[in-house]
Design a protein around this ligand. Structure first.
Ligand code: NAP
Length: 259
């Protein structure tokens, strides 16, 4: 499915994105690797199977308009078969302690950047009547818990955006896939924003106890290859949460208030 496909992958320098990059390269995809850190991306590129098939496109997605303009120039109308919006930042702070600027930053990276990059590749996909847009949202995009108000806001929003996009493009050959990870053992907690916008700087036990990014990538890529609309990836309660939220919302409300 991925052989010879041009895949633009954001958040490729770490965690789930890095695992996706490795597995996509093994499967024969030609990757465009995006994150903020050019030297790390270049190191990743050199470590991948068929390394000369891939290239790096460093962007700061906290500034979506600027990032999209830089990408537009760099891609110069190039065919993108699959866009994977994976880059993201989480949060660990209570509403009462969180600056408005932090809410905006989370929305820029986790929501507006997805909209901006999607709008960049969509016209070409519609013209060819072919292409796939994938966004890594979160279980936090279905279930709101403590300390994640800005993150959940962005991840709920992006799922809504993806649902609308899927509806609008359903009869035009475009596949729209949302990936909802539960707890995955990556740097996500370490990099999470606290109330004043500084990074948390340490792991948390929920993520450390989660499934590996390699397992997450494997399950996500199967769903992408199968053209699924949505996939929940994880184990235990974090995987069950969206289903419980749908069928037993009162129970979920009591559980999240206690945790
Ligand atoms: N791990 C989990 O438990 C979990 C659960 C649910 C959802 N997710 C979602 O999964 C996705 C990947 O997260 P992860 O767990 O792999 O976390 P991670 O290890 O912290 O990786 C985050 C990635 O996003 C990139 N990124 C962050 N800010 C950026 C910016 N301003 N511009 C461009 N790139 C930026 C980082 O690259 P640079 O630092 O090089 O810029 C990095 O490659 C995120 O969307 C996250 O919300 C993760």
């Amino acid at each position: 499915m991925f052989q010879g496909k041009k895949v633009w992958l954001t958040g490729a320098s770490s965690g789930i994105g890095l695992a996706l990059a490795r597995q996509l390269a093994e499967a024969g995809a030609q990757l465009i690797l995006t994150s903020r850190r050019p030297e790390v991306l270049e190191e990743v590129r050199r470590s991948l199977a068929n390394r000369d098939d891939h290239r790096v496109l460093p962007l700061d997605l906290a500034h979506p308009e600027q990032a999209a303009e830089t990408a537009r120039k760099a891609l110069d109308g190039e065919v993108i078969d699959i866009l994977i919006n994976n880059a993201g930042v989480s949060q660990r702070s209570r509403v009462i302690d969180t600056d408005l600027a932090v809410y905006r930053q989370l929305m820029e990276i986790d929501y507006f950047a997805v909209v901006a990059l999607t709008k960049l590749v969509l016209p070409g996909m519609l013209e060819r009547r072919s292409g796939q847009i994938v966004t890594v949202s979160s279980v936090a995009g279905k279930v709101g818990t403590k300390l994640r108000s800005g993150y959940a806001g962005a991840k709920f929003s992006v799922l809504g955006f993806m649902d609308c996009l899927r509806a609008e493009t359903a009869d035009q050959g475009i596949i729209v896939t949302s990936v909802l990870p539960g707890f995955i053992n990556t740097q996500v907690a370490h990099n999470s924003l606290t109330g004043d916008g500084t990074a948390l700087g340490h792991e948390d036990p929920d993520n450390a106890g989660g499934i590996s990014p390699e397992q997450c990538a494997l399950i996500s890529l199967k769903a992408i290859a199968d053209g699924k609309a949505e996939v929940v990836v994880g184990s235990g309660l974090s995987k069950l949460a969206p289903f419980l939220q749908r069928f037993a919302p009162g129970l979920v409300r009591r559980m999240v208030a206690k945790r």
